[in-house]
Design a protein around this ligand. Structure first.
Ligand SMILES: [Zn+2]
Length: 413
């Protein structure tokens, strides 16, 4: 089972100083910053998933994460060198897709097959996913012939037609990447229908799209329907799947790879499950920057609290946490400082008992990842991109461990 991590230019700055929160003034973004696979050992994923929409952006969307010079460098150097895929302790693969979520609201995908093939080939990808159009709905009882399925059938047909053209172009120009076709559907039967068509075209690697909003039992129903038509040598890739506990079950249905951002994103997008441990999750300790917190800035402007007072509480919270980590003060003293600051920036949510749980267990001290080993308690402090992304990397590390444990092997090459 191969895990691909969707790239969104998520890197950490190795020159960042956690005490002063300053950076090396000569640091160059991307070039000097480090990817998760350069920081963690073993690399927590088998490869990166790179979306054309993230690299190029689409009209009227803010998906693009690349500056123009970065984009040019990616094309010039190729993905292997740009992402420094051989810099980690194990070489990584690279898979490309179009980022169909970014244009889900459009009538028709904004990229031509020719553009996409030249993107994958030009950047030297290992795998390339055909151009697709997402179907969001899941309605197992709706048949192809029903009026309600009209738009879904249209999207599925676009996806199949583009897959046929993609296959043709890839074969004709003898590309160096392995092409994947995409199955989009709204029901188990419709997913299976598309798989039959894709296999007829010639595909033996098929990406299963549109699964993100589905419940686990719905995903399984689709995989079972696909089983009935799947050729023995057809391998499936699940696009954007976060239910990792089910991965071994998915593997039994021909799934050989998947991609997910959730271990990384939960570090700072989730209310509670911010920091992964092998058997549970913890809430991160929130100490936002006075300057970076909109609610707090509004209270300062209205005169409810002085800026000096807020900054003092912020500094005290950070200092007490570090003292607690070094064993210099008791848990209650650290918790009080955290709560005192929370009361001014976030009067509503009282996370005191969750913070106590995190502090009591000190999971950052038990973690063997290179991030926690190096920066310790800073990893679990919810504050700014440098800490939050490091916690995301830590989560990827633990996720990789969980995955290997669930699969009962160390499946890397
Ligand atoms: Zn860690």
């Amino acid at each position: 089972m191969k895990f691909f991590f969707p790239d969104s230019q998520d890197q950490v700055d190795p020159t960042f100083d956690f005490q002063t929160e300053e950076r090396d003034p000569f640091r160059v973004r991307q070039r000097d910053d480090l990817y998760a696979h350069e920081v963690l050992k073993p690399p927590p994923f088998n490869g990166l998933l790179v979306s054309k929409a993230i690299v190029d952006g689409t009209a009227g969307s803010s998906t693009g994460k690349y500056t123009l010079p970065q984009r040019h460098r990616l094309y010039r150097q190729g993905a292997r060198e740009f992402f420094r895929l051989d810099n980690g302790s194990a070489p990584l693969k690279i898979m490309g897709d179009c980022g169909a979520f970014s244009y889900v609201g459009e009538e028709y995908p904004p990229y031509t097959v020719e553009e996409v093939v030249s993107f994958y080939e030009g950047c030297g990808f290992d795998y390339g996913i055909s151009v697709d159009h997402v179907i969001f709905q899941y309605e197992p009882k709706v048949l192809r012939t029903d009026e309600a399925a009209k738009e879904w059938v249209r999207r599925q047909q676009i996806t199949l037609d583009l897959a046929a053209e993609f296959w043709q172009r890839c074969s004709a120009s003898d590309v160096h990447f392995t092409p994947l076709g995409v199955t989009q559907g709204w029901s188990p039967e419709s997913y299976a229908y598309a798989v039959v068509e894709l296999q007829r075209i010639g595909y033996r690697r098929i990406a299963v799209g549109g699964m993100v909003p589905l419940k686990t039992k719905e995903i399984l129903a689709c995989l079972r329907a696909i089983d009935d038509v799947r050729a023995p040598d057809t391998q499936l890739h699940l696009l954007g799947i976060s239910r990792v506990d089910e991965i071994p079950t998915f593997a039994g249905h021909g799934v050989t790879s998947f991609d997910s951002t959730s271990p990384f994103r939960q570090a700072f997008k989730d209310d509670r499950d911010n920091y992964y441990a092998l058997d549970r999750t913890y809430v991160a300790l929130r100490v936002p920057q006075v300057d970076g917190n909109a609610k707090l800035k509004a209270r300062i402007r209205s005169g409810e609290i002085s800026q000096g007072q807020a900054m003092q509480l912020e500094r005290a919270a950070l200092a007490r946490l570090r003292e607690f980590d070094r064993g210099e003060i008791a848990l209650d003293a650290a918790l009080e400082a955290l709560d005192a600051y929370s009361a001014v920036w976030d009067g509503k949510a009282n996370r005191s008992s969750q913070y106590r749980d995190t502090l009591e267990n000190r999971p950052w001290q038990a973690c063997d990842c290179s991030i926690c080993k190096k920066v310790g308690i800073e990893t679990i402090i919810f504050r700014g991109a440098e800490r939050n992304k490091r916690r995301g990397f830590h989560n990827l590390h633990v996720f990789g461990q969980r995955l290997r444990r669930q699969l009962g092997d160390d499946d890397r090459d």
